[in-house]
Design a protein around this ligand. Sequence first.
Ligand SMILES: Nc1nc2c(ncn2[C@@H]2O[C@H](COP(=O)(O)OP(=O)(O)OP(=O)(O)O)[C@@H](O)[C@H]2O)c(=O)[nH]1
Ligand SMILES: C=C(OP(=O)(O)O)C(=O)O
Length: 212
Amino acid sequence: MQWTLVIPLKPLARAKSRLSDTAADGLRPGLALAFAQDTVAAALACAAVKDVAVVTDDTLAGRELGALGAHIVADEPGGGLNAALAHAAAVVRSSRPDSAVAALNADLPALRPLELARVLDSAAEFPRAFLSDAAAIGTTLLAAAPGRELRPAFGADSRARHGASGAVELRLDEVDSVRQDVDTGDDLRAALALGVGPRTAAMAARLLIEGK
Ligand SMILES: Nc1nc2c(ncn2[C@@H]2O[C@H](COP(=O)(O)OP(=O)(O)OP(=O)(O)O)[C@@H](O)[C@H]2O)c(=O)[nH]1
Ligand SMILES: C=C(OP(=O)(O)O)C(=O)O
């Protein structure tokens, strides 16, 4: 089975506020874009991925991620993360009702295509399934098989909320790159230790050179 991924990205100027002690205001939007670029590039290189739709209102991010090959969906609801994801899934299914759809965070700069394929192949065995994040509190991927609603419940404690919604938690080893979202400086160090994509590596070097 091949999946359509929906990836949410809020306006870069407001993104990654929890990284303010690690990256100055002038660098943070570029860092958030680099995370998204490396995430989208790895997703598009994954054999289990048919295509990628990024839901965003950010003009620059839309242009850059579109250039990588992602489809761009406008964040028309403007009602936050879950509304954006539900909208993007509906847009995908309006043209292809039988699509398998999975939501994936935009802040997975260490993402490896083979690990993502393992997660998606495993998700294909269930109506709805999810992968918890590295902190084991949130969610990095929520998948809905053809004919199933996505019903996204990202945000605080989303691991528990996705579990309570009836989605099956995928318990896989050796998919660290799919779990390693980056919200804090510690997360960024963990991602760098796993090995990040080229755009995040370049931005991380600037953070070191420019001292924040
Ligand atoms: N399209 C869209 N994406 C969103 C929205 N809110 C959050 N996101 C995206 O959803 C993912 C998780 O978002 P958050 O953890 O709320 O925000 P963040 O920018 O990652 O980090 P913080 O500012 O530190 O909370 C990120 O990829 C965000 O860019 C929204 O309202 N619309
Ligand atoms: C929105 C989520 O991620 P973050 O850790 O980026 O807040 C989540 O885990 O549901």
